[in-house]
Design a binder for this molecule. Structure first.
Ligand code: FMN
Length: 160
């Protein structure tokens, strides 16, 4: 089956997932690998990677998802806040709403992705509170992600 891998990744986390998918699939069937682009639309299956922006996929990915017609799609993404499957499910639910009725979702995967140091400095400047502590702890947990285990779980989540 022909496929394309399309991803948006300003700071490189989602790109790590895209690369792991690329390495797991037969290169002969790859029609396109790169940022959101209509060239990817001719593939039968499209692996679409996004970064989380305000609780849903980034704008560039959203515009691309709206271009899909009847392809199979595997959604993958990274988010700064991790640890709770329910949070990822909520994001994925919002992302799926961008797809037309004939697009078939054949799988999904999300993991945590590190955030820029400026975000931690912003948290540090906040007044001490349980929320600030939780945000600092989350930031520090995210620093090592995506890690090898995340990539192994992604490979395990790939459809046949
Ligand atoms: C402007 C902006 C908004 C963000 N909004 C969220 C958000 O709502 N929820 C979340 O979990 N992470 C959020 N993040 C964190 C990113 O989704 C996360 O660091 C992601 O792994 C970045 O992916 P990339 O390295 O592929 O660009 C935001 C980051 C930025 C820069």
């Amino acid at each position: 089956m022909s496929y394309a891998i399309v991803y948006s990744s300003p700071t490189g986390n989602t790109a790590m997932l895209a690369q792991a998918i690329r390495e797991a699939l037969p290169s002969e069937a790859c029609r396109y690998f790169g940022g959101p682009d209509d060239q990817a639309l001719s593939a039968e299956r499209i692996y679409v990677g996004f970064w989380t922006d305000k609780g849903t996929c980034d704008e560039q990915t959203a515009r691309f998802l709206e271009r899909l017609t009847d392809q199979q799609v595997f959604l993958f993404g990274t988010a700064g806040f991790g640890g709770a499957a329910a949070y990822f499910d909520q994001i994925l639910g919002r992302v799926k709403e961008k797809l037309g009725p004939a697009v078939q979702v054949v799988g999904t995967y999300m993991c945590q992705g590190k955030m820029p140091p400026a975000v931690r400095r912003r948290y540090e400047a906040m007044e001490d509170s349980p929320r600030r502590t939780a945000m600092l702890e989350n930031f520090d947990r995210a620093v090592s992600h995506p890690d090898e285990q995340d990539l192994a779980q992604l490979r395990a989540a790939l459809p046949e």
